[in-house]
Design a binder for this molecule. Structure first.
Ligand SMILES: Nc1ncnc2c1ncn2[C@@H]1O[C@H](COP(=O)(O)OP(=O)(O)OP(=O)(O)O)[C@@H](O)[C@H]1O
Ligand SMILES: O=P(O)(O)OC[C@H]1O[C@H](OP(=O)(O)OP(=O)(O)O)[C@H](O)[C@@H]1O
Ligand SMILES: [Mg+2]
Length: 328
């Protein structure tokens, strides 16, 4: 590749196109004003973003998104932390988790048959595994698709007498089918474990996962790609900030300096600066502090106190872009 092509490489944003994360991920980008355009119709696996220059959208499965972030084929993507920790050998070197997204919650857990009433902890499981090994000469079989997470977690608990049976689906059925004694799998409601008469060990939660916005450290971060990332991340951050703040406007007799330190008192700030006596004051404050602040302003003689929820709050810089830049 020549220098110009590297400098020109577009940003690739990888978006779940199927499975559990698809709907929430699409809604998430929609809230941030990021609308995907598929020029060749619904089955097109490549798209663009309306109004964002230099960005391509790749529609992929959650696990393929991890692979592309790890290799550097995609710059940004949404995927589950479970898949990142499982699929990427040195995840912290290859990718940066920019922010958790509040959906796609699921735990990766160690589950054993409910009938094993004396087995409640990893230490109990270790006893079972050692006994199987010494009395029956065979190893405890663990059905899972989370091979690497399982090896790491079992090693941390000093459990060595086991063998992994790789599972590609319907993992919870393995004990009943006789292909493994226990399972490591992901769960949200617990319904599938219960239906298969399995229980989670007390200390058997290996990872509490949720969907994350993830950046690739290895992708070709051309100037063009960085500019596109800036446009995307500033919209996402503006929507995130807007969701957590309320804007309060009021006519007030006193100058804003006489109101005390609104930052210390309410976690609020004056985005457009201090207001003079007899002027209009604009305050941004956390949602939970709204009524306390309104009462504080009323005490100072405020009138027409109007509270609204902004759609976006754009700042010169934002935590997402700062996190990304700190890694490039
Ligand atoms: N109850 C759940 N079960 C499984 N995954 C969940 C659940 N809740 C949230 N997730 C998240 O969704 C991710 C994708 O799971 P999903 O089953 O949708 O994948 P998929 O689209 O079938 O992809 P693949 O074909 O690669 O398995 C999981 O890795 C996890 O991070
Ligand atoms: O705790 P629950 O709410 O019951 O969810 C857990 C189930 O969901 C997942 O399977 P999925 O439906 O994604 O099918 P898959 O195994 O084909 O990915 C997971 O592998 C469990 O089987
Ligand atoms: Mg699945």
């Amino acid at each position: 590749m020549t220098d110009t092509s590297v400098n020109d490489a577009p940003l690739v944003l990888a978006v779940p196109s199927k499975g559990r994360l698809q709907e929430n991920a699409t809604a998430f980008f929609g809230r941030a004003g990021l609308k995907f355009v598929k020029s060749r119709g619904e089955r097109d696996y490549r798209g663009t973003i309306a109004g964002v220059e230099g960005a391509e959208v790749a529609f992929l499965s959650a696990s393929e998104i991890v692979a592309q972030l790890a290799s550097g084929a995609a710059h940004l993507g949404i995927t589950g932390e479970d898949l990142v920790r499982e699929q990427v050998a040195d995840a912290d070197a290859a990718v940066e988790m920019l922010t958790p997204l509040g959906f796609g919650h699921a735990n990766v857990v160690v589950a054993v048959p409910q009938a094993w009433i004396d087995v409640r902890t990893m230490a109990d499981l270790d006893d079972v595994a050692s006994a199987m090994r010494s009395r029956q000469g065979r190893k405890l079989r663990v059905a899972t698709k989370y091979v690497n997470l399982t090896r790491r977690f079992f090693a941390r608990h000093g459990l060595a007498d086991y063998r992994i049976v790789e599972s590609l689906g319907a993992t919870e059925g393995a004990p009943a089918a006789g292909t493994a004694e226990i399972v490591v799998d992901i769960t949200t409601t617990g319904a599938t474990l219960a239906a298969n008469a399995l229980k989670i060990l007390d200390d058997g939660v290996m990872l509490a996962s949720e969907a994350n916005l993830v950046a690739s450290v290895r992708a070709p971060w051309s100037e063009r790609a960085l500019a596109a990332a800036n446009a995307i991340l500033s919209r996402i951050a503006a929507e995130e900030e807007a969701r957590s703040v309320r804007e309060i406007r009021a006519r007030i007799d006193a100058a804003s300096e006489t109101l005390g330190d609104l930052g210390a008192l309410f976690g609020a700030r004056l985005p457009f600066g201090a207001s003079p006596a007899g002027g209009v004051l604009t305050v941004h404050c956390p949602e939970k502090a709204v009524f306390a602040l309104v009462e504080h302003l009323a005490t100072a003689g405020a009138d027409d106190v109007t509270v609204s929820a902004p759609a976006y709050v754009f700042r010169k810089t934002n935590p997402l872009i700062e996190r990304l830049q700190s890694r490039l």
